[in-house]
Design a protein around this ligand. Structure first.
Ligand SMILES: NC(=O)c1ccc[n+]([C@@H]2O[C@H](COP(=O)([O-])OP(=O)(O)OC[C@H]3O[C@@H](n4cnc5c(N)ncnc54)[C@H](O)[C@@H]3O)[C@@H](O)[C@H]2O)c1
Length: 285
């Protein structure tokens, strides 16, 4: 039985990249789509592609960092499709990278507002709609392998993605009673325009004295990693496969990352051993 057919998904940042790949995979499952994105031109192109796959599509301009805009998208979704069963919190930005001392407050705020608060505001607007019909549904939050491994020179991105992994674990337990299945997508490098995120940086996050954070060679390195990443077309199908199997953590890459995560777990485990061998903790105060 196709559990997705005829149901409606709201996808933030759905006009390009991983969001559009997920939208296409959901369209192939017969879902109705609400594509919400900050970039109106890309929305038009994406909608044309999805309609060619036979999907019913509503497009909405949305800056995920603005809770009132999320509420407007929720209302538009109900007006058009009557109910919502799925939220894909995908919109995200690379933020600033570079040495910590050179990263500005505006860059931090931009990353936190989009990558973390955008997910929270999405939940605030859409979870009540999913709960309202009582049939359950799905939430897919897009984090990153940077939500499991700290990236040097990428503190803001790392912090927001770890937060999204934690938030997803919290929601997974909390919403299980409402039959809402929560997943967190944690890709390695995927070939998209994530390294060109500055194109979507609103003016309010730009100060006159903005420091130049990433050096040219760092930018080039990130660009190289992203451009040699996984073809984006694969990611959407992987997400559908994983949510059908009710996976909480959705990984797309294993090589290299799996070992690194195991190393992190082992370091944490060793740190716990320090509690049992601690002299000062065994002393009575
Ligand atoms: N590409 C990768 O290597 C990679 C790896 C791990 C995680 N991710 C995550 O995947 C998600 C999608 O990124 P992508 O790689 O497809 O990048 P992308 O830049 O190709 O696409 C991002 C989409 O989000 C939209 N967007 C940006 N800011 C927005 C805002 N404030 N409000 C609404 N929409 C906004 C953009 O217009 C674009 O359509 C992000 O959360 C990113 O952190 C990407």
């Amino acid at each position: 039985m196709n559990v997705f057919k005829g149901k409606t998904a709201v996808i933030s940042g759905g006009a390009e990249g991983i969001g559009l790949s997920i939208a296409k995979a959901l369209a192939r499952q017969g879902m109705q789509l609400v594509l919400a994105d900050i970039n109106e031109e890309s929305l038009v192109e994406a909608s044309t592609e999805l309609q060619a796959l036979g999907a019913s599509v509503l497009t909405a301009k949305l800056d995920v960092a603005q809770p009132d805009q999320w509420q407007a998208v929720a209302q538009q979704a109900i007006d058009r499709f009557g109910s919502v069963h799925m939220l894909v919190n995908n919109a995200g930005v690379g933020g600033e990278s570079g040495p910590f001392e050179q990263q500005g407050i505006d860059g931090w705020r931009w990353a936190v507002d989009v990558n973390l608060m955008g997910v929270v505001y999405g939940g605030m607007a859409i979870v009540p709609l999913i709960k309202a019909h009582g049939e359950g549904g799905w939430i897919i939050n897009v984090a990153s392998m940077a939500g499991h491994l700290g990236l040097p020179m990428g503190g803001a991105y790392t912090a927001t993605k770890f937060a999204v992994v934690g938030l997803s674990e919290s929601w997974a337990e909390e919403f299980a009673g409402a039959d809402i299945h929560v997943s967190v997508l944690c890709p390695g490098f995927v070939k998209t325009r994530i390294h060109e995120s500055q194109r979507n940086r609103p003016k309010r996050y730009t100060s006159e004295n903005m420091p130049k954070s990433a050096t040219e060679s760092q930018e080039l390195q990130i660009k190289r990693y992203v451009e040699s990443g996984m073809p984006v077309e694969l990611v959407g199908n992987r997400v559908v496969e994983a949510i059908a199997a009710k996976e909480l953590y959705i990984f797309t890459h294993s090589e290299g990352f799996r070992e690194a995560v195991q190393k992190r777990f082992s370091a944490i485990d060793t740190a716990f051993a320090g509690v049992s061998s601690s002299q000062c903790l065994s002393e009575t105060p």
